[in-house]
Ligand binder design. Structure first.
Ligand code: HEC
Length: 187
């Protein structure tokens, strides 16, 4: 390599790396913003509907309203949004792919060793996509539909078994990770 090329390589390589790093950080921030818009809105909708019609009446909030809201945020932001879990309730849309599964398993391990589930998140550029997942911890409110089988109201149980014959999403306790919200965008 001649001297000029060598100098050019030495000076531009770190600069390019810094730019790539800044770009990844911007994507991480953008993905996190998209991923965190939905859960608080859903929580409020769940609280309201449970107070009005009971947990059995609020099932449609998670079943119909959550995917509808995710679709709206996708349209506004250009990020695709899903919720996936190692113990899926809706096996048509909540089965993780390999990357999500690895993140879910890692989050479970980290939560078991004392990390706060609410802080677990991961962002990564994979091929021509940016992907991000954030853990969804089980709170008291979630237990009326995701808690131990023998604690669920009969009306909730029968509605769940009717809509989700392969439901694996019961038996949780507070503080466990119910799943992740997963967002991705083509770059
Ligand atoms: C009123 C009942 C109800 C409550 C309360 C509830 N969920 Fe759900 N949850 C459901 C139903 C029904 C589905 C299936 C939605 C679908 O068809 O996509 C679901 C699906 C999910 C999924 C998607 C993955 C899967 O297994 O299908 C996650 C993640 C989730 N719930 C997390 C939570 C969390 C966290 C809370 C508490 C903040 C919560 N849920 C409270 C009924 C409930």
């Amino acid at each position: 390599m001649n001297k000029f090329l060598f100098a050019a390589a030495v000076f531009t390589a770190p600069f390019a790396a810094t730019l790539a790093h800044a770009n990844d950080e911007a994507l991480f921030g953008e993905a996190r913003k998209v991923a965190t818009t939905l859960p608080p809105k859903l929580l409020v909708a769940l609280q309201e509907e449970i107070a009005r019609t009971g947990a059995e009446g609020a099932i449609s909030v998670c079943k119909d309203m959550a995917p509808k809201m995710a679709g709206e945020v996708s349209q506004q932001t250009g990020w695709k949004i899903k919720r996936v879990s190692l113990k899926a309730r809706n096996d048509a849309r909540a089965i993780p792919d390999a990357w999500e599964q690895a993140a879910l398993e890692d989050f479970d391990k980290r939560a078991a060793t004392g990390e706060s589930p609410a802080k677990l998140e991961k962002g990564e550029k994979i091929g021509n996509e940016y992907r991000f997942v954030k853990a969804l911890p089980v709170q008291g409110l979630c237990l009326s539909c995701h808690g131990p089988d023998d604690k669920l109201k009969p009306a909730v149980k029968s509605s769940l078994s009717q809509h989700y014959p392969n439901d694996k999403a019961t038996g949780y306790s507070e503080g466990q990770i119910r799943g992740v919200i997963s967002v991705r965008k083509a770059l």
